[in-house]
Structures are given as structure tokens and as C-alpha cells.
Ligand binder design. Structure first.
Ligand SMILES: CC(C)NC(=O)n1c(-c2ccccc2)cc2c1CN(S(=O)(=O)c1cccs1)CC2
Length: 233
């Protein structure tokens, strides 16, 4: 059985990705707001809009720190960000949700999200996804790499130079694979389960697009940044 070891380069890459991931956490005060007073549906929706908007800003900063990203074609950089924003947001949500929270906090958070005007047929797959990510008990390095891998998906719409994106994503996938073997030696299929979450994420894109149209119908307001990244209005 060949000895799996992280090379010096891989260790340097991982440190860069984790550092970027840590630097760009969501301002806790915004997420904490969701846990405070009892809000109406409209106020919960506005809070989610605020949290989602701050998350997109966090996502852009994290992405800019992915080694090689800023050397990609500029239009491709935009195409990758727009193509991955929803997935990165739901991955982040799942990671926030699956984190150990003080007693009763995740129930309150779940309640607030359920009472935010999001249609039922979207809430179910959303919480199924949060649960399936939570069951993986990902370590920080895995979360950061999985987010970078999601952003560096070559086959997003309008990406011109896909091979250039593949050249950035490939080493991250290789590194994540090694990490999984080292972190979960008793679970050889763990890496495959992680990648399976990325497939599940793509289905949430579809639900999110459906949700957006239903919100536009009953004229919910989004921020300019969310309109920009989600191509609405
Ligand atoms: C952490 C950030 C990325 N999470 C977030 O914004 N959440 C969270 C969430 C999950 C765990 C902890 C805190 C918040 C649940 C939901 C969203 C956003 N969306 S949304 O983007 O469709 C939306 C935007 C405006 C109205 S609805 C709906 C569902």
C-alpha cells in the first residue's frame, strides 16, 4: 500500500487556501442577528438577504486569494464567480449550520430560515443538504478546499479557457483526495462522499432559480450585489 504523504508544495497550497478561508468568515454579528428577537417573515427574509449579500462579498475576497485565480482571463473570473456563487453560498450555509452551536441555536436558526418566505418545496432539499454535509464532519481544510474546488469548476456557462481552470482545480482535487485518506483512514469512500455533495449542490442551483422567480412574483427586494451575481432584474 503506497504511503500517502502531502508534498511541501501541497502543504503550501493548503495553508494559502485555509488562510484565505479563515480570513473571510461571515461577520458573526449578522448571523447572530438571525438568532435574536422574534422576527416577521419579511424581517427574516431581509436578514437572509443581508447575510447572503455579506457572504457574496466574503466569497469574492476568498476567490481572489485562490492561487492562480487572478491570472485567469478576467471574463472567465467573472463567469466562475457567477457560476459558483449559489453553490458556494449553500455550501457555506451548510458548514455554518453543521458547526457546533450553543444549545438550541440551530433550532432557532432553522425556524427563522423556514419562516422567511422561502417556498416549502425548496426548504426540504435545502435542509437535506445541510444534514448530509453535517454528517460528514468535515475539517476546516476540507471545507476550504471543497469551496475552492466548487469555484474552480471548468464547465460553468461562458467560461472560455476551460483547460486553464482545470489546471487550477486539478491540484486542489488531488490535495483533497490525499487529505481525506489521511484524515479518515478508516473510511476509504470518504473522498467520494465529499464529491457527491458537489453533485447534490448543483441540484440546489435549480431550486434556487425557481425560488428567485417565485420571489420576483411577490416583488421581494434583493440587494444590487445579489441581483448582479444572480442575474436577476
Ligand atoms: C451563511 C450564508 C451564506 N447563508 C445564507 O445566506 N442563507 C442561509 C443561512 C444558513 C445558515 C446560517 C445562516 C444563514 C439560509 C439561506 C440563506 C440564503 N438563501 S438565499 O440566498 O436564497 C436568500 C437570500 C435572500 C433571501 S433568501 C436562502 C436560504
Amino acid at each position: 500500500k503506497e504511503k500517502v504523504a502531502i508534498t511541501k508544495e501541497q502543504d503550501a497550497l493548503m495553508k494559502l487556501i485555509v488562510e484565505a478561508y479563515n480570513k473571510h468568515q461571515i461577520p458573526q454579528d449578522v448571523a447572530k442577528k438571525l438568532l435574536q428577537e422574534q422576527y416577521s417573515t419579511e424581517e427574516n427574509f431581509l436578514l437572509l438577504t443581508e447575510i447572503a449579500t455579506s457572504q457574496v462579498q466574503v466569497l469574492v475576497e476568498f476567490t481572489k486569494n485562490i492561487p492562480g485565480f487572478l491570472s485567469l482571463d478576467h471574463e472567465d473570473q467573472i463567469a466562475l464567480l457567477k457560476g459558483s456563487a449559489v453553490e458556494a453560498m449553500f455550501l457555506r450555509s451548510a458548514q455554518v449550520f453543521s458547526r457546533k452551536m450553543p444549545e438550541g441555536h440551530s433550532e432557532v436558526l432553522e425556524e427563522r430560515i423556514r419562516k422567511s418566505g422561502i417556498s416549502e418545496e425548496f426548504i426540504t432539499p435545502l435542509f437535506n443538504f445541510y444534514k448530509s454535509v453535517g454528517e460528514l464532519h468535515m475539517v476546516l481544510e476540507e471545507q476550504a478546499l471543497l469551496t475552492a474546488i466548487t469555484i474552480l469548476t471548468p464547465d460553468r456557462p461562458y467560461v472560455k479557457d476551460q483547460p486553464a481552470v482545470e489546471r487550477l482545480q486539478e491540484p486542489m482535487v488531488e490535495l483533497l483526495k490525499k487529505l481525506c485518506v489521511l484524515q479518515h483512514p478508516q473510511e476509504p469512500q470518504y473522498f467520494a462522499r465529499l464529491l457527491g455533495r458537489l453533485t447534490e449542490l448543483r441540484t440546489l442551483n435549480h431550486y434556487h432559480a425557481e425560488m428567485l422567480t417565485s420571489w420576483r412574483v411577490n416583488d421581494h427586494k434583493f440587494t444590487p450585489l445579489l441581483c448582479e451575481i444572480w442575474d436577476v432584474q
